[in-house]
Design a binder for this molecule. Structure first.
Ligand code: 6GU
Length: 269
């Protein structure tokens, strides 16, 4: 069935861009079921307090575990969307129990494990993803601990080695990376296999379109192979360029390439 996405945040308006482009279309098409919640809806005091000073002292504020617990208990119990009815699969006699849905709690934090294409591929297989966006100095650490020890799959994830003021921008990044891997969300599934960070683990080769000569940069002079019509030579040439580009821009990736996925031509390049 469709993937249910829940985002809990004190800035629900920040997530409104999800209604646009790829994600909004997928939601409208019934491929994703997106819900954005205001954390303050689970507060009980007049001031709708979501944070407090750190125990042990220090700068900034910490988000309260009781408010997060109320919010996440509700959202993790929400009904999941049913798979669209299919005449082919309809089996009126079958009453056997379905497997429990896979509900995942994602806590974006600069101190989390690194979110990579592999993480996106893994999370794209869930039935529900709940994103708990922290602000200030983060969410009381017992929240992650509590849900993990209650049997919920919890991932504390960072999108890279820099600091953002809150998890909202990171959640936009993660949702876009995950949603486009779901069947039917991306227009052309072929563009998933050829792109960077999948397949051989190389960056993508440079791409060109018409005009062949532009501002003194003439592909007939610099990239004659691409104009040759010889598809075997074109594939080899592009692969060589991908290897060269990866070596220059991402020596860290180059060092970790799987030798089994490199050919003789790659090693020569
Ligand atoms: Cl997930 N959150 C915040 N606040 N900062 C980050 C991050 C996440 N990933 C990298 N920096």
């Amino acid at each position: 069935g469709p993937l249910r996405l829940d985002v809990v945040t004190i800035f629900p308006d920040y997530l409104r861009v999800l209604d646009l482009s790829l994600i909004g279309r997928a939601h409208a098409d019934g491929l994703l079921d997106l819900h954005v919640h205001d954390l303050r809806d689970w507060t009980h005091d007049r001031h709708r307090t979501v944070d407090d000073t750190p125990i042990g002292g220090g700068a900034g504020m910490v988000m309260k575990p009781d408010v997060w617990g109320s919010a996440l208990d509700d959202v993790l119990a929400a009904p999941l969307p049913a798979a669209p009815a299919s005449a082919e699969v309809a089996e009126p006699t079958k009453v056997a129990s379905l497997p429990a849905p896979r509900r995942v709690l994602v806590i974006p934090t600069p101190s989390g494990e690194l979110f990579t294409q592999r993480t996106a591929e893994n999370l794209a297989g869930a039935d529900q993803l709940v994103f708990a966006c922290g602000r200030y100095e983060g969410i009381d650490a017992r929240v992650a601990e509590h849900y993990a020890s209650s049997g919920v799959e919890v991932h504390e994830l960072s999108i890279g080695d820099y600091v953002l003021n809150g998890g909202e921008a990171a959640v936009l990044v993660m949702i876009e990376a995950i949603a486009r891997l779901r069947p039917g969300v991306l227009g052309n599934p072929e563009s998933i296999v050829e792109e960077s960070h999948t397949g051989a683990g190389l960056l993508e080769y440079p791409v060109y379109t018409r005009p062949v000569a532009w501002r003194g940069l003439d592909l007939a002079a610099t990239e004659p192979v691409l104009l040759s019509g010889d598809h075997a030579r074109i594939d080899r040439h592009r692969r060589d360029q991908a290897v060269a580009r990866t070596a220059v821009r991402r020596p860290d990736l180059m060092a970790r390439l799987d030798p089994a996925r490199l050919d003789a031509g790659d090693r020569a390049a």
